[in-house]
Design a protein around this ligand. Sequence first.
Ligand SMILES: [Zn+2]
Ligand SMILES: [Zn+2]
Length: 393
Amino acid sequence: MQCPQCGAPVVLEETECIIQCRFCKTCNIIHTQPYPCYYIEPRLKIPAKLQITYVPYWRFKGIEFSLGKKWPGFKVIDQSYLAVDDKSLPVSMGLRSQTQKLKFVRKGIEGSFLPPAVSRKDILKQIAGGSEKKIHIGEILSLIFMPFYQDKGICYDGLSGKVTSTEVSGFISNGKSLPYHLEFTPSLCPDCGWDLEGETDSLVLCCKNCLCFWLIHQKTLKKIKVKCYGTPEDAEMLLPFWRFEIEFQILNCSTYAQLIKMANIPKVVREEHRKQPVYFFTPAFKINPKLFLRIGRQITLAQIVPTRIGALSKCRFHPVGLQLEEGFQAVVPIVMDLCTNKEETVKILIKERLKLTSFSLAYIPFRSSGSEYIQDSLGISLPKNSIKFGRQL
Ligand SMILES: [Zn+2]
Ligand SMILES: [Zn+2]
């Protein structure tokens, strides 16, 4: 794509949300709500008299948790689904959503774009297969337009040139362009105008001038509360976690005393535990689902207490790759993972309606040791590779 300031070409990864221009040195936040729209350029020379029609596919990328009787199950999904009702077109893009260069849809692209006939909501329902026991997080749901063209009623794939169907295709291109445009905001602190700091794939940026943190959320920058733990100044890396206070309708898990009972923590319940509220911690970064559950559980069980934020200048903040809502959705599989009576809890969780009372972002310090990151006081170790690969999920 192009830098919104100077027009220089910029190449982004799919997970990036900030355009850092190497030429004019500006940083801009790119807003793709309600979802990003991409297209793939045709690779063949298509005869000039034939028109290219771009057909939409929904692409889902993320982790699926399913609530089972014994353990929460999980898998990583990367799939695409045809977003129009036409039997002559391929039902999925296959591996192309992963292997082809995607470009943002913008004005002035030759060809016509078919509007999606299947809504975003319907496709999420279809992926869940009508089950209330499935929870999806880390989802990048995007719309990808694939090029096709028709010659004498036969439809051809614009990438391979292969006939997609010998049946006469029903799709008609209406020649209208897509009502979609990208929005940009400069990456500056809304309070003091200082440059915001953060990696280009982080949803949370930091103003080191006024020590505040901003979450990119629904086309704006939202100021969020941040908590730190231990001695972040000495840490190699600070890993972000969403920290939630939650009101349950049915489940008894609002105080530390109830958590001790539910998770069978080897601790004597004291009077103060009956008043101490429980905070749920879910990773605010992407990592493979097995580790996601494990560290979410370990930190939630520890009920760590925040310390004061000191100097932040040297700290390396790991990018926040999971939106607030997605972190909140992950509370259910983590509750499922930490409770001892899973069969009973799953029955409650399916009926349960969670209400978010308060949230903040928690940075937990880790030190580097060989091929691992270690959190000494919590006794957590994470393979460095899992952190690295998680950024591409
Ligand atoms: Zn520029
Ligand atoms: Zn500021």
